[in-house]
Design a protein around this ligand. Structure first.
Ligand SMILES: *Cc1c(COP(=O)(O)O)cnc(C)c1O
Ligand SMILES: [Zn+2]
Length: 442
């Protein structure tokens, strides 16, 4: 069976474009393009057949189908030949029951989808494997591509740099100076990327990389390029698969450029079309109060969207004032009985710390999503027996400085409820005993 997919305008202009064409926007109206699959071909296999195929491949060794993304290749990028796949065994991440944290909110069934437990420490790997594989094939087929470039808040650049290094393709990353963590800055340096730190914010880097990618041979890797969303779409498929093909009641997801929520919705839509699932979950997009343009638009009934200048936030990967995928995201929220919630710096830090105290180790963006869950639960919108999945977008280990600041009481808006500091002692048993038993007996 020949599966195929092509780019089409999200606003519905006629015409379609091959996935190996260098094209990011609709030439007629300037809107984004999305990847449309030949659904009739996909319908040639039954829902049960797809589920069995995906289950048979899941985390197995037949390369590259053990990858959480490439195990679903027919739904993602069917034209990529196996020899061009650039995979780091992405996806297949753990879905962790947050038993004690959920119970602390009065909820029985809260789960954390740990998308950050991936090679470069964030969900960005899921999309980047697709984009870099497509480019590798374009180069193999003689397209004159010299480098792949992106603007980033720190995680896209880490993923691009690593996948390009694995493929032997040059990469260029534009980062807002001083606005990514040390770990995130070092990642592309280690991978040999051309790293430019610019005196601007993410939105400023985004404008410049679009100009750069107009140069001959420079391919654009930002999520305006829909290839990445195809890989990220596996998040929803994988969650449902991990629940033995049951749909959760809620998905909470932190949103910045809003590509990931668009991808999440696209994954559920394809499962619905092909009959793997029969219902939609509700979706809540969570934003930092400091970077909340979608929240503002939601409050105004999505009548219109106004970009803002985003302020500093611990959730630095979602410090975006002019999200590229805003229209796709609104479309998903409208179809999924969606909610947008926001979290202050204090709220995101406390939610993150509260989850950490029950065994998670959450990044600040996951903290934003958890804070949103706490608010919707307090309002009675999320109910005791609802099955809730919170998308954890990055590894907490990339955000050590945030954790340190929290435990040193250095986050704005009051003392840290769960602050925990090391006790410095002489190497003396009496002193150790006094300290430990003093705490245990208190
Ligand atoms: C990129 C990113 C996000 C936001 O995803 P969008 O698709 O831009 O909405 C959230 N959290 C982390 C850790 C990220 O790297
Ligand atoms: Zn168009």
């Amino acid at each position: 069976m020949a599966y195929s997919a092509r780019f089409q305008c999200i606003a519905g202009c006629p015409g379609s474009y091959a996935l190996d064409e260098v094209i990011y926007k609709c030439p007629q109206c300037g809107q984004l393009l999305e990847v449309r699959h030949d659904v009739a071909a996909l319908e040639g296999r039954s829902a049960a057949g797809w589920m069995k195929l995906f289950d048979d491949r899941y985390k197995r060794t037949q390369w590259p189908y053990g990858s959480g993304v490439w195990g679903k290749k027919e739904w993602i990028a069917p034209h990529v030949r196996d020899e061009n796949v650039v995979s780091m065994d992405e996806g297949g991440t753990n879905l962790m029951w947050l038993e004690r944290y959920g119970r602390s909110l009065g909820l029985d069934d809260v789960w954390l989808k740990l998308c950050g437990n991936s090679h470069t420490g964030s969900f960005k790997d899921l999309g980047m494997t697709v984009l870099v594989s497509v480019v590798k094939q374009m180069i193999a087929d003689g397209k004159p591509i010299r480098a792949i470039a992106c603007a980033s808040t720190g995680d896209t650049s880490a993923a691009l740099a690593a996948y390009c290094a694995a493929a032997g393709i040059r990469s260029v990353v534009l980062l807002p100076r001083g606005k990514v963590t040390t770990a995130q800055l070092v990642q592309p340096l280690a991978s040999g990327s051309i790293v430019c730190e610019l005196e601007t914010d993410f939105d400023g880097c985004m404008k410049l990389v679009q100009q750069l990618s107009a140069e001959p041979g420079v391919y654009l890797a930002n999520s305006m390029n829909s290839l990445r969303l195809e890989g990220q779409k596996t998040i929803s498929v994988e969650i449902v698969q991990q629940f033995d093909w049951q749909v959760p009641d809620w998905v909470f997801i932190p949103g910045g450029n809003l590509g990931n929520v668009a991808a999440l919705g696209a994954g559920f839509e394809l499962m619905l079309k092909l009959g793997l699932i029969q219902k939609r979950p509700r979706i809540c997009v969570a934003q930092a109060e400091a970077a909340n343009p979608l929240y503002r638009a939601y409050k105004a009934g999505f009548d219109k969207f106004e970009p803002i200048v985003a302020s500093p936030t611990e959730a630095s990967a979602i410090r975006i004032g002019d999200p590229v995928s805003v229209h796709r995201a609104i479309r998903v929220l409208e179809a999924y009985d969606g909610v947008v919630e926001q979290a202050s710096e204090r709220e995101l830090a406390e939610a993150s710390a509260a989850a950490d105290r029950t065994g998670a180790y959450t990044c600040p963006h996951t903290g934003v999503a958890l804070a949103a869950l706490e608010k919707l639960t307090a309002r009675g919108e999320v109910k005791k027996h609802d099955r809730v999945v919170v998308i954890s977008t990055a590894s907490g280990l990339k955000f050590t400085d945030f954790k340190v600041r929290y435990h040193e009481d250095a986050i704005a808006g009051g003392p840290s409820v769960h602050a925990n500091r090391p006790v410095t002692l002489p190497a003396d048993y009496e002193a150790v005993k006094r300290t430990v038993l003093g705490v245990l007996d208190a």
